[in-house]
Design a protein around this ligand. Structure first.
Ligand code: NAD
Length: 287
């Protein structure tokens, strides 16, 4: 098991569809003991219910906009766990009107709020977690989206916040690398979660990915979970400051007709004329 004996904190479970929950399930399967946070009473019951299905889990409150709650979280975690081997940050928020309106109409307050919750929170959380990270090192993982790199209609201020989050990943990775604290992100393709449903036209985005992705499908949250385990485990010990795309390959696809409108299927057997001649000693490459 890849995370046997490790202890981790997972922030951002809202319900069973949450990407944070998919990562938590994969980490627990690999032997990790987990602590979870919830923001507000509305999600507390759900988080407690889900966490209750995992052995020796801990549930604590934390609104990341409140420094006092962040400090208290790590104080309590110190008493419960003593040591933290990894931290998973799956938190983002923007006002709905800032996603519905044209980007140019983004308000100062909406901009500040999205940056605070979706990007700054990673800085504040990692700083507060430092005393709990062991000398041997730790792994930090966050979730981003390709809207940080491209102007995706209606992703708006979240795209700017994700660009900021990706820069935060690089700066934290550089700051903390000498302590063997690695910081990485997963850029996930669209997954039908509570947060995603707040993005206008989300169903169209799912459809677009099915057509354009090299794998010709959408991803599942469990695939982010498995990739997350890799980044949290020693298998990725040489990787930091990295963004790993788990998006069915969407980010490498170029323009062109939708995949399912291609006129001819890719042949599985080469036509006779195109078959290479048998290799002779003249073809051998040595040295
Ligand atoms: P989700 O709604 O399940 O999770 C978002 C979480 O953020 C919730 O648990 C919510 O309680 C938490 N949150 C919001 N404001 C908070 C605050 N002030 N304090 C503490 N927690 C707060 O949705 P999700 O899609 O699983 O989102 C997880 C992460 O994945 C986000 O960073 C999101 O941007 C990212 N992501 C999602 C997708 C997607 O298509 N779903 C794609 C790429 C990246």
């Amino acid at each position: 098991m890849l995370l046997q004996g490790r202890q981790g904190l997972v922030l951002g479970v809202a319900n069973r569809r949450s990407i944070a929950w998919a990562i938590a399930q994969a980490a627990a399967r690999e032997g990790a003991r987990l602590a979870f946070t919830f923001q507000g009473e509305a999600v507390e019951k759900k988080v407690r219910e889900l966490a209750g299905t995992l052995r020796r889990s801990v549930v604590l409150p934390c609104d990341v906009t409140d420094d006092g709650q962040v400090a208290l979280l790590f104080e309590k975690l110190g008493r419960e766990f003593g040591r933290l081997d990894f931290l998973v940050h799956c938190i983002a928020f923007a006002n709905r009107r800032d996603l519905e309106n044209d980007f140019v109409l983004t308000s100062r307050e909406g901009f500040r709020l999205a940056q605070d919750i979706s990007a700054y929170s990673l800085v504040g959380l990692v700083r507060a977690a430092l005393p709990l990270f062991p000398e041997s090192g730790a792994s930090v993982l966050t979730l981003t989206y390709i809207g940080s790199q491209r102007a995706i209609p209606r992703y708006n201020i979240m795209g700017v916040a994700k660009a900021s989050l990706e820069a935060v990943i690089r700066y934290l990775a550089n700051d903390l690398g000498s302590r063997n604290i690695r910081v990485n992100g997963i850029s996930a393709g669209p997954v039908n979660t509570l947060a995603a449903r707040g993005i206008p036209g989300f169903t169209d985005i799912l459809h677009h990915y099915r057509q354009k992705s090299p794998l010709r499908r959408n991803i599942e949250a469990a695939e982010v979970g498995d990739a997350g385990v890799f980044l949290l485990s020693t298998y990725s010990r040489g990787i930091t400051g990295e963004i790993l795309y788990v998006d069915a390959g969407y980010h490498i696809a170029g323009p062109g007709p939708p995949q399912n409108q291609r006129r001819r299927p890719v042949p599985t057997v080469l036509p006779r004329k195109a078959r290479p001649r048998a290799l002779s000693s003249r073809h051998l490459i040595t040295g």
